[in-house]
Design a binder for this molecule. Structure first.
Ligand code: ME8
Length: 522
């Protein structure tokens, strides 16, 4: 019998190894990881891809400046990418490098296919090139003083023989597709921008370069290398090895369910990539979501601007969960966000250490003190118990709905408001008073309160696991449970799965408190 689970294929951009990654990239990859983990929890067969975009003029120049080969240069930096993702507990299933042979063969095959179809032709390119963005611009589109209209940096004059891709040819097919698939480009504002861009008229796109050689050779004309964006976009398919054997991975996972990208590259993913796929007669991805930027002093944090915050020391000091939690809960997906150290530490102290950490510590300590660490199921609910048990299941459902809707911070807020409710439940039930009573009714109330707290924490552990994958299993373990890897979203939507006799295991506080630093640069 084959695997009948629904599939979910999610990707991040493949980042340029032109410098170390900063918290902007960390943000994007953490969002994708949280969605991937959520989908696994919801029962999907998930494929989560990230990688590195290693060709192009910018990389070649950076390598030359260091006197090493481009591949040596990118390999060093890519090893750093992989180490960062491991430190952040990123659960990618694959990492594609555009220097992988498996990628190069697919790019060459697809370039040739578009050429043979007549959608790629040779001519002379004369215009402007933004090397940091690896983007062509016509004179009319330039910013003041020959600058890139996207990033504002100076462009370079380029005049060389080039292959061109007939983008314009697919305008009508694209407009029809966008109309029939209103959710393809998210958020909505990006969709309108893209429609305007296409309606202004598209010029054919130069898809090869001859003035440098760090790239994938055009197979039928090897003095040309494939334009780095044509090369890079293909990664989403090449990573599925479409030409290996019977292309099993490709058949299983393509088309992608979600390309998560920054807003500055939505144009490449929603216009150029779909038009390439139309030419190649391949299915289009289901959704492209353009997230916002991490901002420093009002400008985009950027490798080439040098105004970056390095995630590594933050993870080393505060832990991966803290950084993930802050980025995911503070920023509304699609909007820009800020990072300051005092805000970050204040937030993780309040939400992780106080709200969640204390709920766990208090609960485990009371079950130990009052019941020798043993949880006993109690069906005798009073109104307060019934309220929180209903709220627990509702929280799981609301969490699911918000996640499905890409409202990650709303999903998190839902869980934290339930955590707040359970902390209040402790104050309302006053277990320390019940524990002193000899009254049989009070003994039942105490048993019920302990059960409701433990059961709420079981549900919370599952719900927070896509966001804080380091702490979530520790909650589970302290509750005395095993098999966290196979817990499902269904388990979080079901009240009462904790069995009588489960014995809690007191552990270290899962999130320590940190001193809030002064407002200084990190
Ligand atoms: O564009 N805030 O790579 P890149 C939030 N290789 N996210 C940010 C960010 C910021 N300040 N800065 C970067 C490329 N990012 C191409 C992609 S895909 C086929 C090729 C994130 O290294 C964001 O997701 O410049 C952005 O789209 C991506 O990094 C760009 O990374």
């Amino acid at each position: 019998m084959g695997d009948t689970k629904k599939t979910y294929y999610i990707t991040t951009p493949i980042y340029y190894p032109s410098a170390k990654l900063h918290i902007g990239h960390t943000y994007c990859t953490s969002v994708a990881d949280t969605i991937a983990r959520f989908k696994r929890l919801a029962g999907y067969d998930v494929r989560f891809l990230t990688g590195s975009d290693e060709h192009g003029q910018k990389i070649q120049r950076a390598a030359e400046a260091q006197g090493i080969t481009p591949l040596e240069y990118t390999t060093n930096i890519v090893n750093g990418f992989k180490a960062l993702w491991e430190k952040m507990h990123i659960s990618n299933d694959d990492f594609i490098r555009t220097t992988d042979e498996r990628h190069e063969t697919v790019v060459q095959a697809l370039f040739t296919k578009a050429y043979e179809k007549g959608d790629i032709y040779k001519a002379e390119y004369e215009g402007w090139y933004c090397t940091p963005d690896e983007t062509f611009w016509t004179e009319q589109k330039l910013g003041p003083n020959h600058t890139c209209p996207d990033c504002g940096r100076p462009v370079e004059r380029v005049k060389e023989e080039s292959y061109f891709f007939k983008l314009g040819k697919y305008t009508d097919q694209w407009l029809k597709f966008i109309e029939e698939n209103p959710d393809f480009i998210q958020p909505e504002s990006r969709r309108n921008e893209m429609i305007q861009f296409v309606k202004q008229g598209l010029e054919d796109l130069a898809v090869s370069r001859t003035s440098f050689d760090w790239g994938i050779k055009v197979p039928f004309d090897p003095k040309h290398v494939v334009y780095v964006w044509f090369d890079a976009l293909v990664n989403y398919i090449s990573a599925l090895s479409p030409f290996d054997g019977d292309g099993e991975l490709y058949k299983k996972y393509w088309p992608a369910d979600l390309h998560l990208v920054g807003k500055e590259i939505v144009r490449f993913h929603t216009i150029i990539w779909p038009m390439m796929l139309m030419s190649l007669e391949l299915p289009l991805p289901k959704k492209v979501f353009g997230h916002g930027w991490m901002i420093v002093d009002g400008t985009k944090m950027s490798k080439s601007l040098g105004n970056v915050i390095d995630p590594i020391p933050l993870i080393d000091t505060y832990g991966a969960d803290s950084l993930r939690y802050y980025l995911l809960s503070e920023i509304t997906l699609g909007n820009d966000g800020n990072f300051t150290l005092p805000n970050f530490v204040t937030k993780i102290n309040a939400d992780l250490s106080n709200d969640l950490g204390n709920l766990l510590n208090r609960t485990i300590a009371m079950i130990e003190k009052y019941h020798g660490g043993v949880i006993t199921k109690c069906d005798d609910m009073d109104d307060l118990d019934r309220d929180v048990s209903i709220l627990a299941v509702q929280t799981a459902k609301d969490f699911e709905a918000a996640m499905e809707n890409m409202e990650l911070n709303k999903a998190i807020k839902t869980v934290w408001s339930f955590i707040g409710r359970m902390n209040k439940y402790i104050d309302e039930t006053m277990p320390w008073v019940l524990a002193k009573s000899e009254d049989a009714h009070d003994k039942v109330r105490l048993q019920s309160a302990m059960y409701h707290l433990a059961e709420a924490l079981r549900i919370i552990a599952i719900l927070v696991s896509p966001v804080i994958p380091v702490g979530a299993p520790k909650i589970w373990e302290q509750l005395g449970l095993t098999g966290f890897e196979v817990a499902t979203l269904e388990d979080a939507k079901t009240w009462g799965l904790l069995a009588t006799g489960t014995k809690v295991v007191k552990g270290e506080p899962i999130y320590p408190r940190f001193e809030v630093p002064e407002m200084v640069d990190v």
